[in-house]
Design a protein around this ligand. Structure first.
Ligand code: PHE
Length: 398
C-alpha cells in the first residue's frame, strides 16, 4: 500500500524480489553546522566532506542495499540554535545519527539532546574534552585539546626556541579557554613562562588595547587559540602596532577564508592541525583530488577531511551493526577499531575519542605548509583543565 503512496518506496519495492523482506528504506542522517555566521567556513567544509562520503556510498549501492539521505540544518554557529536544530532532527526528522559539523561550543549544546534522544552523534572536529563526556552516544573523529595545546607548547619551546609566550583567548569559547589552560600547563612544564594573558569575545572589532599590553610584555611568541574570523582581525591589528613575533594557533584557524580576511598579516604564523592537504600519502592525495573534482577545485581543509572520515566510519558502523537501531548502532560505533581514514587511523577509546597524531603547519602566502607530525605519546587520559582565566576586564574600553 505504501508503494502506491510514496514514489521513493515504489522504486524500492520495484527492485525487491518477491519474498525479499529486507528493509530497503532510506537511512536518514542529520548534519548540522554553521553554514552561515562568523565561522561559516567550518560548517560548509564539514558539510562538503560529509556529503561527499554519503554520495560515494550511495553510488556504490548504499548500505546493505539502503540509500543514505542527509538532512541538513544550519545552526549559524550559535550553541542555542544548535540545540534547537538537533531537537528538530531527532524528533521531527527522526534521523538515526548525527554529524555535528560545528565548533565545540555548538557540540556541547547539542550533545545532551542527542544523548537523551539516544541518537548517536559524531563530531568530526570538536576538540574540547567535555564534548564526549556528555554521554555514551557522543563520539568524535579527532584528537583532543589537551594534546593540541601540548603540541603547540612543545613546538614553541623546542622548534621555535621560545622561552616566553603571551596568550590572547576568546573568553566565551570553551575551545579557546581550555586550549589556553593546556598550552600554559605544557609550556610552563617545559620551562617556558606565560608573561601575559589577554581576552576578547567573538565579534569584537578592536583588539588594540590587549595587543598593546602584549607588545609591552615582549613575549617570544603569541598564542591565539581562537577562530579564523577574529584571528584575521587580531593579526592585522598586531602588525599595524608593529608586533612582529610569530602568531600561533590551532585548528580553529583552518579555513581558506582566513587568507582573504587576513592577507599578509598571518604570514610566518604556525598552527597545529589534524592533517595536511600537502601530505603525499596516496589516501590523502586521492581524497584531495576527488574533493577538488566534486567541489569546484576547493582544497579540502581539515574540517572537510574529518567530516568525510566521520561520515564514513558512521556508515561502516551501520553496515557492521546491520541495523540503524540506536542502541546497537551506538555499540557498533564504540567498537570501531583501526578504521582507515584520510586523517589517520580511527579507533574509539573507552571515552569514544579518537587518538591521533597532529601536524604543525606554517602559514605563508596563502598556503598552509606542512612542518612536522607529532604522535600522541600514549593513550593517556586527558588532563582536567584547571579553573579558567578570569573574564576580560573593561574589554570595551581597551
Ligand atoms: N576544534 C575546534 C573546536 O572544537 C575548532 C573547530 C572548528 C571545530 C570547526 C569544529 C569545526 O572548536
Amino acid at each position: 500500500m505504501a508503494c502506491v503512496v510514496l514514489q521513493l518506496i515504489v522504486v524500492s519495492c520495484a527492485r525487491q524480489q518477491p519474498g525479499d523482506t529486507r528493509d530497503r528504506s532510506t537511512i536518514k542522517i542529520g548534519y548540522f553546522g554553521d553554514l552561515t555566521g562568523p565561522t561559516f567556513n567550518f560548517g560548509q567544509s564539514a558539510k562538503n566532506g560529509a556529503l561527499m562520503a554519503a554520495e560515494e556510498i550511495n553510488q556504490a549501492g548504499g548500505i546493505n542495499g539502503r540509500k543514505i539521505d542527509i538532512v541538513i540544518e544550519d545552526d549559524q554557529g550559535s550553541p542555542e540554535l544548535a540545540a534547537t536544530v538537533v531537537n528538530k532532527l531527532t524528533r521531527q526528522d527522526k534521523v538515526i545519527a548525527l554529524i555535528a559539523g560545528g565548533a565545540s561550543g555548538s557540540s556541547l549544546a547539542a550533545g545532551p539532546i542527542a544523548q537523551s534522544a539516544r541518537v548517536p552523534m559524531i563530531s568530526p572536529s570538536s576538540t574540547n574534552p567535555a564534548v564526549t563526556q556528555i554521554g555514551d552516544y557522543i563520539f568524535r573523529a579527532c584528537f583532543l585539546d589537551p594534546f593540541q595545546g601540548e603540541v603547540m607548547a612543545k613546538f614553541s619551546y623546542s622548534s621555535l626556541q621560545a622561552k616566553t609566550a603571551a596568550i590572547m583567548l576568546d573568553f566565551n569559547s570553551p575551545y579557546s579557554r581550555d586550549l589556553t589552560v593546556f598550552f600554559e600547563l605544557s609550556f610552563t612544564k617545559l620551562g617556558g613562562r606565560v608573561v601575559t594573558k589577554q581576552s576578547y569575545t567573538q565579534g569584537d572589532s578592536d583588539f588594540k588595547g590587549q595587543l598593546s599590553s602584549i607588545s609591552a610584555a615582549g613575549p617570544d611568541v603569541i598564542y591565539l587559540p581562537g577562530y579564523y574570523g577574529d584571528i584575521a582581525m587580531i593579526a592585522k591589528q598586531a602588525r599595524q602596532l608593529g608586533i612582529t613575533q610569530p602568531l600561533l594557533g590551532g585548528d580553529g584557524w583552518d579555513a581558506p577564508e582566513l587568507w582573504q580576511l587576513a592577507g599578509d598579516s598571518i604570514n610566518g604564523s604556525y598552527i597545529s592541525n589534524h592533517y595536511s592537504a600537502d601530505d603525499p600519502s596516496p589516501a590523502i592525495q586521492t581524497f584531495v583530488h576527488d574533493y577538488k573534482l566534486h567541489w569546484g577545485n576547493l582544497t579540502p581543509d581539515a574540517h572537510a577531511a574529518l567530516a568525510y572520515d566521520a561520515m564514513r566510519f558512521l556508515l561502516e558502523a551501520i553496515e557492521r551493526a546491520g541495523t540503524t537501531e540506536g542502541d546497537k548502532l551506538r555499540e557498533a560505533l564504540a567498537q570501531t577499531r583501526n578504521f582507515s581514514g584520510v586523517t589517520g587511523i580511527i579507533s574509539m577509546d573507552s571515552q569514544r575519542n579518537a587518538v591521533k597524531s597532529a601536524v604543525i603547519l606554517k602559514l605563508q602566502d596563502g598556503r598552509y605548509i606542512y612542518q612536522e607530525t607529532i604522535q600522541p605519546e600514549a593513550v593517556a587520559a586527558p588532563a582536567k583543565p584547571s579553573p579558567s582565566p578570569s573574564p576580560p576586564k573593561s574589554r570595551k574600553k581597551k
